[in-house]
Design a protein. Structure first.
Length: 313
């Protein structure tokens, strides 16, 4: 019997540590539990939100008026150069398992919070790598349009996942719950892989802020203004790829680094991070992101788009 709880505060389940109560909340570890949870939602006419590791989320101060299903299947098995991972497996555990088995290809995700399922959903990426590079297939639990559990699973091959920049077919409205995935990696030297993992973790510590945040708030925009691209490359010494300029640089150039609203602020360390050092509220974040978008639009005629997901608004 599932432990479906009422009025559970969601803030502790998010990396932002922001968010009000879910009307109902349950953690599920297998298909039968997912079936039971979805059946409960249907019987009670509840909206459903699927939660992974709670990163890249901003939950409303009013919470979520429905059932939050937290995916907690965290299994992992290795066969040859392939890893089968439960959607609830933390990325840090996936990286560790790969390194211990001498498998390379996941080092880029070292230090990224969240789960395998969430990373697939948003096609997470860093340092030139992304989930689309390593996913062979995704196992989905199908949900009917009426929210009914169909008792069917479906395998979605990489070519059908619609992966794009921080996007996938799942993020665009594919009706199904990511339950597991098969990742294809490359055989390598375990010591070298472990050293690379530590190197990336240390690099993240120097670049990314510590404390509570949802990760990068905005996607890096594609820019057609060649003068702005040249200015960025000259000032930073970095080269743009696909005409993308880091959102953090634009926010910094707009003079918003350190900008505070209520309990949250634009990080002094990385301007595309909003940090929550003083028990901030979701409305603080909404106001601050609105100011950022308006200022960047006025300064550079660029419309920033959020990478974080809004829940309960």
């Amino acid at each position: 019997m599932l432990d479906i709880r009422k009025d559970v505060i969601l803030a502790p389940f998010t990396t932002f540590r922001i968010g009000g109560p879910a009307k109902f909340f349950v953690e599920v570890k297998n298909r039968d539990e997912i079936s039971e949870a979805l059946g409960f939602a249907k019987e009670n006419s509840l909206k459903v939100f699927i939660m992974g590791g709670g990163s890249n989320l901003l939950v409303s101060d009013d919470g979520f008026d429905g059932l939050v299903i937290k995916i907690a299947n965290a299994g992992c098995s290795v066969s040859g150069n392939k890893m089968e991972c439960g959607a609830g497996l933390m990325l840090s555990d996936a990286v560790r398992a790969a390194a211990e088995n001498g498998l390379s290809g996941m080092e880029w995700m070292s230090g990224i919070p969240g789960t395998v399922g969430g990373a697939i959903y948003g096609n997470a990426g860093a340092y030139g790598g992304s989930m689309s590079d390593v996913v062979e297939s995704v196992e989905l639990i199908e949900i009917g349009k009426d929210g009914a559990y169909s008792a069917k699973t479906r395998i979605c091959e990489n070519s059908s996942c619609g992966f794009g920049y921080r996007s996938s077919v799942f993020k665009k409205g594919e009706t199904g719950i990511i339950f597991s995935a098969v990742l294809v990696l490359e055989k390598g030297n375990a010591e070298e892989i472990h050293a690379k993992v530590l190197e990336i973790i240390e690099k993240r510590k120097t670049i990314h802020p510590s404390g509570y945040s949802a990760g990068s708030v905005f996607q890096n925009p594609v820019v057609d203004d060649m003068e702005l691209i040249e200015r960025f490359e000259k000032e930073t010494g970095a080269k743009t790829k696909d005409k993308k300029i880091p959102a953090g640089w634009l926010i910094m150039e707009a003079g918003l680094t350190g900008k505070k609203i209520g309990g949250v602020e634009v990080s002094e360390k990385h301007s595309n991070f909003i940090v929550n050092p003083r028990n901030g509220k979701a409305q603080d974040v909404i106001m601050l992101t609105s100011i950022i978008k308006q200022k960047v639009r006025e300064e550079f005629h660029i419309q920033l788009r959020e990478e974080i997901r809004y829940v309960g608004f």
